[in-house]
Design a protein around this ligand. Sequence first.
Ligand SMILES: NC(=O)c1ccc[n+]([C@@H]2O[C@H](COP(=O)([O-])OP(=O)(O)OC[C@H]3O[C@@H](n4cnc5c(N)ncnc54)[C@H](OP(=O)(O)O)[C@@H]3O)[C@@H](O)[C@H]2O)c1
Length: 297
Amino acid sequence: MMKTIAITGGTGAQGGGVANIMLKTPGWKVRAITRNTNSDKARNLASQGAEVVQANFNDENSLFKAFEGANAIFAVTNFWEHLFTGKTQEQSGAIEEDKRAEKATKGKVRVPHLDYKAKVDDRIKSELPDLAKKATYLFFGYYPSNMAFLPALKPFEYPGAFGKYIQLLPTPSTAKIPVSGDMTVTPGIWVRQILANPSKSLGKYADVAPEILTFGEMMEMWSEVTGRQGIFVECSQEDFEKIWGPAGNEMAMQFKFGELLDDWHEGYDFVGMEELEIKAEEVPGFRKAIEGLKGLL
Ligand SMILES: NC(=O)c1ccc[n+]([C@@H]2O[C@H](COP(=O)([O-])OP(=O)(O)OC[C@H]3O[C@@H](n4cnc5c(N)ncnc54)[C@H](OP(=O)(O)O)[C@@H]3O)[C@@H](O)[C@H]2O)c1
């Protein structure tokens, strides 16, 4: 009997990567959840054999319906959409905070989106113990696709500089960050292996991040792949916020958090790649991801 995985954010980066792999996983059917079943991405999923259903995070009943009969659920946290419209968090509704970032950096930095997600985990554990027994919590690293699709992180051609490109970020080029690899593949490999290894993964955290790289290393690989000279330039948090508004400030706080924290795993019970039987050759890293995006960089 085939099992069904219901995927929220199936038209997005994380959920799209999960759908891509689970559509090819024997024994599983994919139900992709979207607000708009007529979008190009939704139609594309349907053409690959996914059941595409309409639901909205702001309408609980629509989610109950979309999850009916599912054997597994991939749930994405949606935080940034309102910030990218230029609204502040206060304008978008109060958020509950867990102060994860503040605790981990001994009060040096506050990162609302990390706190908000930690609060989701806390509520599952304290208010929904039956769900907590069946849940695995995923951390994602920095997406290589940010350099193609996210204006604030995409290198831009500097006018009059003989074809040189700049990536302007509020962090040093030597700062390290976990990187998620090819987002069309890695999320799905992790989810497939978590589902195949429940005794190893239930109740634990897993890191969808096959590599840790510096921003300078990523810019170097970007240059090698594109054949353009890319230069990483550090700016202040204040200037980044002036350019990108509240979303820029939120990103800058995330980068500061990364600079201050050596070990993202501290305080969490993690199940690693090896334990989940994920082979390195199955999860394309930054370079492969950038090669795949070459026409869009
Ligand atoms: N960029 C990075 O480097 C990075 C790294 C680590 C973690 N993250 C985290 O990734 C998360 C976002 O995931 P993503 O990158 O996969 O997002 P994404 O590519 O922007 O896609 C968002 C998805 O959420 C769905 N969605 C949004 N609002 C919805 C609503 N009200 N009801 C139902 N569905 C809704 C959208 O579906 P429709 O539009 O089709 O309805 C879409 O499929 C954020 O929490 C972010 O912090 C990002």
